[in-house]
Design a binder for this molecule. Structure first.
Ligand SMILES: O=C([O-])CC(=O)C(=O)O
Ligand SMILES: [Mg+2]
Length: 224
């Protein structure tokens, strides 16, 4: 027997707060948090990887997934399992069976600071899985671990109840206390970017900001 600490869950985001993130890209969300929050290197393993949902955090011993199975039993429909496996990439922490079970429990996705396997089957299953690496070496099932405490995913702190947004660019977690502020900023950013796209398409994107920010020295070429 090994230890598994299980912390109480926070209330989590309301439906309206979650809905605001449904179509926001990760890039706009992280830009709206001063470009300081992200999990570089934790990337989607399958195509069409888009997930939004409250985090249920898991800290597991690197190379071992016993507590991840426990967390899959405790998760609520719509949760994203956010697993800190210490960034270890030698052994897969999740694979086809665990992901099938997660899907049967309506878990929305998995974010893993570690490795996964059975990638072909995961593609067929369609569960959004984000991981640092792929490894065919399987996990041990001995524990210990912890469920529901703050974890670190490639340097990004995630707490249970934070909103996880994942897409083709990776994953970002928005602290539960800042959901409305970040969503409002991201929505404004998307409106501004849409205006820039229109200007590019019309051939009139104002480029004066580049020279305004640079102290340029031009060297004459010999030919001139
Ligand atoms: O053996 C494991 O626990 C991981 C795995 O491959 C699966 O869940 O299919
Ligand atoms: Mg497997």
């Amino acid at each position: 027997m090994s230890e598994c600490l299980i912390h109480p869950r926070p209330a989590g985001p309301g439906k309206a707060a979650l809905a605001r993130f449904a179509s926001l890209p990760t890039s706009a969300v992280s830009d709206s948090m001063r470009r300081l929050v992200g999990a570089p290197g934790v990337l989607p393993l399958i195509d069409q990887c888009r997930v939004v949902g409250p985090a249920l955090t898991v800290k597991t011993r690197p190379g071992d997934n016993l507590v991840v199975h426990k967390a899959a039993d405790l998760a609520r429909p719509g949760d994203v399992l956010v697993i800190d496996a210490g960034g270890d990439t030698t052994r897969a922490i999740v694979g086809d069976l665990l992901c099938r079970y997660a899907t049967s429990r309506e878990i929305a996705g998995i974010v893993l600071d570690g490795a996964a396997r059975d990638v072909a089957e995961l593609g067929e299953l369609g569960l959004p899985v984000f991981a640092r690496a792929i490894s065919h070496l399987g996990p041990y099932k001995n524990g210990p671990g912890e469920i529901g405490r703050a974890v670190s995913i490639a340097g990004m702190t995630v707490r249970s109840g934070d909103v996880v947004v994942g897409d083709a660019d990776g994953v970002v977690a928005v602290p539960a206390a800042h959901l409305d502020t970040v969503a409002t900023a991201a929505e404004a950013l998307l409106r501004a970017e849409a205006a820039t796209v229109a200007a590019i398409n019309d051939g009139n994107w104002d480029r004066s900001w580049i020279d305004a920010s640079l102290n340029i020295t031009w060297f004459e070429s010999k030919e001139s």
